[in-house]
Design a protein around this ligand. Structure first.
Ligand SMILES: Cc1ncc(COP(=O)(O)O)c(C=O)c1O
Length: 386
């Protein structure tokens, strides 16, 4: 039988490709976005306690109430508003499942979704599986600012969804309150839902504050806002995320969720709930924690020829290698793995039509020693080529 692919052009993600190459070449992997340091031991203890107490059977479809209550409390602290754990908060398998579920709940055949390139790679395939298509608006380096006039021109009667990721992976740009106001004005009289990917909500630098759609009275009425404890608690492998949306939208999201993952690993949910109850401010030091790492890595690279770009948020750092090579980013990333034993992520796979650029993404969620070793290898490589 001939088996027709629904996603014929989708291969293995660039993260998997580079991580496999890193293993094969014995390279230091500072490309993929995961910490190489341990989680808080008190979080590990919470998990062991939850398992020991017998929290090992199906959790409720929408998430255990203890966790949804802690999420509600956290949202109140962060965004100054009460969100109902019963009707507005759903625990999902990482942010990825929340994104997928929201997209399936909104997009139908022939519908259009607007996304901003460089775009996180989970959006486009999910829109296509729902029968829709993405209109991709390119943000251009080095500032990667949102251009709302371009968005206005892209709107049509078919537009059902806009996906806004802020702080944005991989550009490290952030949307501010004026951006949200401009977006709200654009979609005010149209049947358009907003999907806000805010997994880096706590990682903004230099005193910036996160402009969440949940703190925007107009936008939150039409938004799915998506978050991840993988990012907030340095535990990407736990796959615990959540989605916040008004009750009617949450109902639709849960229809997808219940036949997709149904519910999320029970002991992990209890562990996060218990941990947040005991340490409600566990996430409050995240910006300072990552800012120090950004400054360490950027400081070591500055002047090397592989130059750090300004980074406003996320746990990534872009570097521009234009001074040492004219290779395109895929070629240069390949050369770095082979010759410098460093795995980094090229930016062009995040664009439908990549602009001419010489940028790579590095992940700063690494031990200081890892960042120092990576910077030394990059400096030495640049010096050899300079
Ligand atoms: C912008 C963005 N959205 C969503 C995700 C997925 O989050 P999770 O690991 O919780 O599924 C990531 C992970 O890197 C991300 O960078």
């Amino acid at each position: 039988m001939r088996f027709d692919s629904k996603l014929p052009d989708v291969g293995t993600t660039i993260f998997t490709v580079m991580s496999r190459r890193a293993v094969a070449e014995g390279a230091l992997n500072i490309g993929q976005g995961f910490p190489d340091y341990p989680i808080d031991p008190r979080l590990s203890d919470s998990l062991l306690e939850a398992i020991g107490e017998g929290r090992n059977q199906y959790a409720p479809m929408e998430g255990v109430i203890e966790l949804r209550e802690q999420i509600s409390r956290k949202l109140q602290t962060s965004y100054g508003r009460h969100f109902d754990p019963g009707t507005e908060i759903t625990v999902t398998c990482g942010a990825t499942e929340a994104l997928y579920g929201a997209i399936q709940a909104v997009v139908g055949p022939g519908d259009e979704a607007i996304i901003f390139d460089p775009a996180y790679d989970a959006y486009d395939p999910a829109v296509r599986l729902a029968g829709g298509r993405c209109l991709r608006i390119a943000l251009t380096p080095p500032a990667f600012r949102f251009d709302w006039d371009q968005v206005r021109s892209a709107l049509s009667d078919r537009t059902r969804l806009i996906i806004l990721n802020s702080p944005q992976n991989p550009s490290c740009t952030v949307a501010d309150r004026e951006d949200l106001d401009a977006l709200a004005a654009l979609i005010r009289d149209r049947p358009i839902t907003l999907l806000a990917d805010e997994v880096y909500e706590h990682v903004l630098y230099d005193g910036r504050r996160h402009a969440s759609v949940l703190a925007h009275p107009e936008l939150r009425e039409r938004s799915f806002a998506v978050f991840s404890f993988g990012k907030t608690l340095h535990a990407t492998g736990w796959r615990v995320g959540y989605c916040v949306a008004p009750p009617d939208m949450t109902r639709e999201l849960r229809k997808v969720h219940q036949f997709n993952t149904f519910s999320i690993a029970s002991p992990l949910q209890y562990a996060v709930a218990r941990y947040l109850a005991a340490y409600p401010g566990a996430w409050s030091g995240l910006a300072a924690f990552f800012e120090a790492k950004r400054d360490l890595l950027a400081g070591m690279l500055r002047g090397s020829g592989i130059e750090p770009l300004p980074a406003a948020g996320t746990y990534f750092q872009l570097v521009d290698y234009g001074a040492v090579s004219r290779d395109n980013d895929m070629e240069f990333a390949d050369r770095l793995i082979r010759e410098a034993k460093i795995a980094a992520i090229p930016l062009s796979p995040f664009y439908a039509a990549p602009p001419r650029m010489t940028l790579l993404r590095l992940c700063i969620a690494k031990r200081d020693a890892t960042l120092e070793a990576a910077a030394e290898r990059l400096r030495a490589f640049a010096a050899r080529r300079g």
